[in-house]
Ligand binder design. Structure first.
Ligand code: NAD
Length: 499
């Protein structure tokens, strides 16, 4: 049993609220630790200390700040195994998948090493007589990151790296279900040279989040999590005058055209549908084969591949494909949704509800589940299942498949498998989804592009990481400067163009 408190001013600070939450080991179902839940008073005190630390950090030259990122990247690599082990123990994903989680966060840290060139402003000399104009990008002050359980390293790194390299201080509130990795990352950041107080990790639940949203010192909030909470946070934080970006849930479709390489499409669906037990916002949860024959052949190819999947604990060795869900509630919810699919008339081809693993009977496992002939009115289509469940919705032609995806309220990611360039191009151009894969199942953009969904998958107007992150975490100031040598003009009362 361990206890997780708060990481404040470079040290562990014990929670004083008296409230805690259990941290489970999803592989065994045992409570393995407790995490402190911060009160409003604690959050306000931690924010005030971050504001004090931010002043010196913002004044540190950008190259020095970038150098801290370089060292931070090295230390993440040094401690990769340790981080992956802790991450898997709290989340349940396999060790290779945990390393991928850390790696995709590390890549954003790497891009942030080049931050000085992203911080440059613009300059125009002689914009009028003796007049020069220039703009600069300045940090916001104290910003907050509120992150979900399903990527305990990647998403905190997507938040902390661009926010901090641009001169802000950050209050990070990780998921109370998997909080330890973020605490370890904060310690590594400081070992790399980050001054204490610039990154404060506050653990907590709704009370801590609401305190962040209402704190006047916090200038911006970046959230990742489920859509209802994303919408709530967006509303409350914007009403309080903050800059806000909230990334929500998803229902990602893969369209499979009759000319697609069906072996490759089936492999891609298995990886993207069942990897991390389907607990990814970019998981493909809906396969949309075009034409009955494509659908029949696809199901034929999927079944043996899915039956081969090995489900187990992260300690189960290299052949474990995916692990448990995060909590007993998540497990019960996913099983309930599978039952609803049967009751509402979908064909249950493979049923994972009764899956059990000897020695791990209390772990939160759900076996791989495949549905065919799902229709858009069913709950398994309407809800983000966030479990190892792949639904097949048959479309009779390309236009029907495209319309299905376009009509879905979520718009995080989508993919098309086809051999036809025109069809792929048409799909990528017309579909109203933020990230598109062509013969590529999980199109998470690399760290020098940026990540963001459309529709109910994101609220706010800038993406995560990439150029958008530098825009989100800085504000522009523009200076119009005049020097009077040779200028005779007296008082001017008209608002006029420069000449
Ligand atoms: P969640 O919404 O339950 O929690 C996310 C964060 O919000 C946590 O830090 C949590 O403590 C906090 N929170 C929860 N309830 C709250 C409330 N009532 N008031 C204030 N704060 C609250 O999400 P989760 O279950 O941790 O993560 C899974 C969800 O995140 C899925 O829907 C998934 O699709 C989504 N997700 C989206 C992206 C993306 O980039 N679009 C990436 C990863 C995960």
């Amino acid at each position: 049993m361990y206890e997780i408190h708060h990481h404040i001013d470079g040290q562990t600070v014990k929670g004083t609220s008296g409230r805690t939450s259990d941290i489970y080991n999803p592989a065994t179902g045992e409570v393995q630790g407790k995490v402190a839940l911060a009160s409003k008073a604690e959050v306000d005190a931690f924010v005030a200390r971050a504001a004090a630390a931010q002043i010196g950090w913002a004044a540190t030259n950008p190259q020095r700040r970038a150098r801290v990122m370089m060292k931070f990247g090295d230390l993440i690599n040094r401690d990769m195994d340790k981080l992956a082990e802790v991450l898997s123990r709290e989340h349940g994903k396999t060790i290779p998948d945990a390393r991928g989680d850390i790696q995709r966060g590390l890549e954003v840290v790497e891009v942030c090493m080049g931050a000085p060139s992203m911080m440059k402003g613009e300059y125009m000399d002689s914009a009028g007589p003796g007049i020069d104009l220039y703009s600069m990008r300045q940090s916001l002050g104290v910003v907050a990151g509120i992150t979900p359980f399903n990527f305990p390293a990647m998403i905190p790194l997507w938040k902390m790296a661009p926010a901090i390299v641009t001169g802000n201080a950050m209050i990070l509130k990780p998921s109370e279900r998997a909080p330890t990795t973020a605490m370890m990352l904060a310690a590594l950041f400081e070992e790399a040279g980050l001054p204490p107080g610039v990154l404060q990790v506050v653990n907590g639940d709704k009370e801590a989040v609401d305190a962040i949203l209402d704190n006047e010192t916090v200038q911006a909030v970046g959230f990742v999590g489920s859509t209802p909470i994303a919408q709530y946070i967006y509303g409350r934080a914007t009403a309080n005058g903050k800059r806000v970006q909230c990334f929500g849930g998803a229902k990602n479709h893969m369209v499979i055209m009759p000319d697609a390489d069906l072996d490759k499409a089936a492999d891609a669906l298995v990886g993207a549908g069942f990897g991390a037990a389907g607990e990814r916002c970019m998981a493909i949860s809906v396969a949309v084969p075009v034409g009955e024959e494509t659908a029949d052949r696809l199901i034929e190819k999927l079944v043996p591949r899915i039956e081969k999947l090995k489900v187990g604990p992260y300690t189960g060795g290299a052949d474990v494909d995916y692990g448990p869900l995060i909590t007993a509630q998540a497990q019960a919810r996913v099983k309930g949704l599978i039952t609803s699919g049967v009751e509402q008339g979908a064909d249950l081809v493979l049923d994972g509800r009764d899956f059990s693993l000897q020695g791990y009977e209390k772990g939160y496992y759900v076996g791989p589940t495949l549905f065919d002939r799902v229709t858009p009115d069913m709950d398994i289509y309407k809800e983000e299942i966030f479990g190892p469940v792949l639904s097949t919705v048959r479309a009779s032609n390309y236009d029907e498949a495209l319309k299905l995806v376009m009509d879905n309220p979520y718009g995080n990611g989508t993919s098309i498998f086809t051999a036809d360039g025109d069809t792929a191009r048409d799909y990528a151009s017309r579909v109203n989804v933020g990230m598109v894969g062509v013969n590529f199942p999980i199109p998470v953009p690399l760290s020098y592009f940026s990540f963001g969904g459309w529709k109910k998958s994101a609220f706010g107007d800038l993406n995560q990481y990439g150029n958008d992150a530098f825009r989100f975490y800085t504000k522009t100031k523009t200076v119009t400067a005049r020097w009077f040598s040779g200028i005779k003009e007296g008082a001017a009362l008209n608002f006029k163009a420069l000449d």
